[in-house]
Design a protein around this ligand. Structure first.
Ligand code: GTS
Length: 208
């Protein structure tokens, strides 16, 4: 079985799916298709047929079904074999992982993204179109507040959603990677967050 992942290698959201693929060890079932985001190919008609939001990554199944949104893609890959490891097995685990994943997405990854796309040149005037720098700076503050929140969470537990690595850690890790790229520093006092980052970056799926 071959699935396709449309992506731009090295970008933070595609990296989430790359990590999930490595965690699930399904690389041999995936064909990666490069989409040139810098050239605006993700806003062209052919790509919009795959994902009307015009964002990467997108998973395409063998039957042509297309799945966008990293959470949905991760959920699919995690439940495919029946050996669930990233999205929780019990109702309580699943709910907690989804809750923390969403916090990591809204308060870290997307907040940094909004800063990058609104308050810096981002991907360049042609691709960015509308920008609102006030909104961007507001989202930068949100990201820093999010770093403090996760630092506090990680003073009580080893991983973002509890005692096990999950989809929520993947999102938070991608959020910090995007923060590095956008030059949003992790505050020095966020030592638990930094220690967690060091720990998860040693996982083979992330180190790769
Ligand atoms: N919520 C989406 C998901 O989970 O897949 C976000 C996808 C997203 O914003 N992807 C970015 C994109 O395609 C790439 S990344 O830089 O964030 O990794 N951006 C292009 C654009 O023009 O918005």
């Amino acid at each position: 079985m071959t699935m396709k992942v449309y992506e731009h290698e090295g970008f933070p959201n595609p990296a989430r799916v790359r990590i999930a693929i490595a965690e699930k060890a399904v690389e041999d079932q995936i064909e990666f298709v490069a989409v040139d985001v810098m050239a605006g190919d993700h806003k062209k008609a052919d790509f919009l047929k795959l994902n009307p939001s015009g964002t990467v990554p997108v998973l395409e199944l063998e039957d042509g079904t297309t799945i966008a949104e990293c959470t949905a893609i991760t959920e699919y890959l995690d439940t495919l074999s029946g050996d669930i490891s990233l999205t929780g097995r019990t109702p309580k685990e699943r709910a907690t992982i989804h809750m923390m994943q969403r916090r990591a997405e809204a308060d870290l990854l997307d907040a940094v993204g909004a800063y990058f796309h609104n308050a810096t040149p981002g991907l360049g005037a042609e691709i960015e179109g509308y920008q609102c720098s006030d909104w961007g700076y507001h989202q930068k503050s949100r990201a820093i507040k999010g770093m403090h929140y996760f630092n506090d969470v990680l003073s009580r537990q080893n991983y973002v959603a509890g005692d096990q690595f999950s989809m929520a850690d993947i999102t938070a890790f991608a959020g910090l990677a995007f923060a590095d790229f956008a030059k949003v520093d992790v505050p020095a006092e966020c030592t638990n967050l930094k220690a967690w980052r060091e720990r998860v970056s040693q996982r083979p799926s992330i180190a790769a």
